[in-house]
Design a binder for this molecule. Structure first.
Ligand code: KG4
Ligand code: ZN
Length: 358
């Protein structure tokens, strides 16, 4: 069984071919550079760029294989949530291939792509506890099975990656900010500034990063009170210290709420063995190390996709498509791309809705 997956929901145009032995048979990915000048993704530019590059990416995906489109058993596309122009490009391409090849189309929830990605490289069985941290989302979930999720907590404002990106922007570190903040934080003193940890005392698994971000802004402003956010005036060591303090505090918030989630998970899913992290922020080695410790201290096994498969890619969509396909879930060709699509509303549905039994 070979599934072709297409990802185009944000600023990566990507495709991949995977089989049920978890082999990545082909892969291509283009990270759009056009957004750097704007310090964030510009939806219309992203959509145009996906349209321009999707055919080339598909060609590249097959180029180093001896496979052709005819060898593909199903075509999956990230069909939401995401920037709708880009999502439409991927969905229309997948549907066109599905019609031309007479092979099933599978609408994959982008978040499900992240949620199942760790299963490609690790033996992670259901149910598992998942921290999904990306540029647009920050959630703690129990992954019960393909399409079956229990959401334990979510951010009430910014996503974790968004907070990394905003802090990077304030410090003039460019976009995407996460990798830059992580790199500089390694040389910083994480105890120098005490930053707030919003919602830390609340008795649920929800998170909040907005106040943390504002606290960083206030520190940055002290360097140039008259000229808002002149990051050029901040000494390099201070920038490193700010990055380290932010990363330390954000990670602490995530670990604390995960601690609560672990208690719930152990009580309600005693057969569960894994703590998994995925999404772009899961590429952060500092966070991965802390989560590894947290898992070990709670007798759980820590698992995460390899770093390059944490940020958006075609493999995670192809794999989620394959997991759906082998359970018999395919999508109707009138499936409408969804700018919003909560993961816990993702259970396979009857014909005419989100998915049908093949
Ligand atoms: O999953 P992803 O590629 O796109 C979304 O679905 O949102 O995640 C992108 C996010 C960006 O906010 C980026 O800054 C963040 O992941 N990110 C990181 C790191 N690498 C990427 N955040 C912290 N540390 C990193 N090393
Ligand atoms: Zn993503």
């Amino acid at each position: 069984m070979i599934v072709l997956g297409i990802e185009s929901s944000c600023d990566e145009t990507a495709a991949a071919l995977v089989n049920e032995n978890k082999e990545i048979l082909g892969e291509a990915l283009l990270s759009q550079e056009e957004h750097k000048a704007f310090g964030g993704v510009v939806p219309e530019i992203a959509a145009r760029s996906h349209l321009e590059h999707i055919d080339g990416i598909l060609e590249q995906c097959f180029a180093k294989t001896n496979l052709s489109l005819k060898d593909v058993d199903a075509i999956a596309a990230a069909s939401g949530p995401g920037l709708i122009g880009g999502v439409i490009v991927g969905v229309m391409t997948a549907k066109a291939l599905s019609i031309a090849l007479n092979k099933p189309f599978i609408a994959v929830n982008h978040l499900e792509g992240h949620a199942l990605a760790a299963r490609v490289s690790n033996d992670v069985e259901f149910p598992y506890l998942l921290l999904l941290v990306s540029g647009g989302h920050c959630q703690i979930l129990v992954v019960k099975d393909v399409g079956q999720y229990e959401r334990l907590g979510t951010t009430i404002d910014d996503a974790a990656g968004e907070a990394f990106d905003k802090v990077a922007k304030m410090l003039g570190l460019g976009y995407p900010g996460g990798p830059a903040v992580e790199k500089l934080a390694a040389a910083g003193n994480e105890k120098r500034f005490t930053l707030p940890r919003p919602l830390i005392g609340s008795n649920d698994c929800n998170l909040s990063f907005s106040g943390l971000k504002t606290a960083v802004r206030k520190i940055v402003e002290t360097y140039s009170p008259d000229d808002n956010l002149m990051h050029a005036d901040i000494p390099a060591q201070d920038v490193a210290d700010i990055c380290a303090c932010f990363q330390y505090t954000a990670t602490d918030c995530l670990c604390r709420k995960l601690g609560k989630a672990i208690c719930y998970f152990k009580q309600n899913y005693p057969q569960g063995k894994h703590l998994v992290v995925s999404g772009g922020v899961a590429a952060n080695s500092y966070l991965r190390n802390k989560l590894q410790n947290l898992a070990e201290n709670n007798d759980l096994i820590f698992a995460a996709p390899p770093i390059r498969f944490c940020t958006d890619n075609g493999v995670m969509i192809a794999w989620a498509g394959l997991e759906r396909f082998r359970k018999g879930y395919v999508s109707p060709l009138d499936f409408k791309p969804r700018p919003r699509w909560p993961l816990d509303a993702n259970a396979p549905k009857a014909a005419g809705a989100g998915g049908v039994k093949a």
